[in-house]
Write a protein that binds this ligand. Sequence first.
Ligand code: MG
Length: 414
Amino acid sequence: MSGAIRQAVILFGGKGTRLGQITRDIPKPMLAIAGDRPFLDYLIEMIERHGYEDILLLAGHLGDKVAAAYDGKVVGGARLRVFCEPVPLGTAGALTLVRDVLDPKFVMMNGDTLFDINLRALERTAQAGGALATLALREVPDAGRYGRVIEAGGRIVAFGEKDPTHSGAGVINGGIYVLRREILDLVPKPPCSIEQTIFPLLVARGQIAGQHFSGYFLDVDLPEALAQGQLELPLTRQRPAAFLDRDGVINVDSGYAHRLEDLVFVPGAPAAVRRLNDLGYYVFVVTNQAGVARGFYGLDDVHRFNAEIQRRLAVEGAHIDRFYIAPYHPDGIVPEFAIDHLDRKPNPGLLLKAMADWPVVKDRSFLIGDKESDIEAARRAGVAGHQFHGGDLDAFLSGVLRGHLGDARSERRR
Ligand SMILES: [Mg+2]
């Protein structure tokens, strides 16, 4: 299962001249959105939530400022590295700059655009086909502003030029790709644009694919779009959360599971997580790991096991946004963990921590656990709890979602 992608590249070379004076001293992706949160932080958060561990920022204009703020930074489980173009190389040319550190397959994202998609779903499509580039596509009401993607028989057959006079809805390139490193062999001497030179070449060779997504999309190219982002981007982070117990819900509870060979998914678990991802839920694992307090295994083993869950889910187009762990037990033998901590379920600490870390929409959130103590933790945190007694998790989730979506509908009617 080592096939999961671990690397993502964010590209921002442009000077942002259409935004005017404001980008003279600040690189466009570092412009603050609400409060002092830069646009770039929204992209980094989206990537690291999906479990990608290595994020490369390819900077151009004012790259030293990007490096000073981000190089070496760790966000969630991801480490950031900044690379600066000495001269503008174009979107494909910039990739040649990092040729030596690129993995065989990686995600690439346009640093001017936020497109809220399930990145692992795009990756899964890319892994299943043989294309060198797999693009996230979006239908928009004003396609002429971006340039249309022309499809026929489910395939990309051409890329139209930007043509603001040709108004109307259409499909566009959403600025997120899964690429194979071999694509670099097609890049001539820079400057070279991946959109204008390489993608049309791949169309001719039948080596490009697309997948449609309908999530939130914003391209901050114009002052009006930036103003729109100020209002809307903070709202994109407000999501309901699905809190999932781990042992007995995601993986079969074999008793203190911690070895990678002990990891067996509960039937329907990857499908359930993927469905929650596609619906825009945060998916948080909240797990008691008393085996650490009891000295059966260490926290490193827990992290390794969780990373393996993440890798195997990725192959299925799914991800966990964050793992929250309570390594405590009052009868433990490891002194620092031999206590009944607020985090240990049935106490609500892990859920409260997650809700402090993320702007969770609490009244639409829920927990699924297999023990009474899980349900009690949910109750103490003020979140709906659903006890799973085995079987297929995705089928169980269907019932849970029916209940919650039904509630939301009747609330709207009121
Ligand atoms: Mg359990």
